[in-house]
Design a protein. Structure first.
Length: 179
């Protein structure tokens, strides 16, 4: 938890038991309480992030992040192409995008934990590519995991993209090659 308070003069930055004066913070006092931002939740050290990592470790984690995000973007583009083949007007395409995007946020685990939603929606969340993005990002940034843990997420995203692009191309060919 980070507490902000206005203090006159030089602001004071406190992290755990260490204190340091930082010029140029505009009179804002920033305090991080032990067990949260500075030392992990409940005093458990965080394994992810880039703090204390070597250059090779930072490169590996950055590569995982970029790969997961790239695969998610490809899946999202595939859904956009499919929606454009289904819509007859631009308004239908916009509403189709909203009809797809908003319901996928909740079972992805971004707003609510997947374990906390009903069993039907937990099973439905396996069809949502945002779930694999969130799991991959949390795995790399919070836990510092690698291929051994991320491979199901990295496999699910291109499978989803390929399936949706196949459906979009079939739909596009049935229309005679016109959008």
């Amino acid at each position: 938890m980070v507490g902000l308070g206005v203090s006159p003069g030089w602001p004071l930055l406190r992290t755990g038991s260490r204190e340091a004066r930082k010029p140029g913070w505009g009179g804002v006092e920033v305090r991080t309480h032990p067990g949260t931002a500075s030392g992990g939740r409940f005093g458990a050290p965080g394994r992810g992030g880039y703090r204390g990592a070597t250059a090779q470790e930072i490169g590996r984690r950055s590569g995982f992040l970029l790969l997961v995000m790239l695969l998610f973007v490809l899946g999202s583009l595939a859904v956009g192409i499919l929606i454009s083949t289904l819509a007859r007007t631009q308004v239908q395409a916009v509403f189709g995008t909203y009809a797809y995007a908003f319901p996928t946020i909740f079972p992805s685990g971004f707003v609510f934990p997947v374990d906390g939603i009903p069993r039907f929606f937990q099973l439905l969340s396996y069809l949502v590519p945002a779930r694999y993005l969130i799991e991959g990002l949390r795995g790399v940034m919070l836990k510092g995991v690698g291929w051994a843990v991320l491979w199901p997420h990295l496999l699910a995203l291109p499978c989803f993209s390929t399936l949706v692009l196949f459906l979009a191309s079939v739909r596009f060919q049935r229309q005679g090659g016109r959008l």
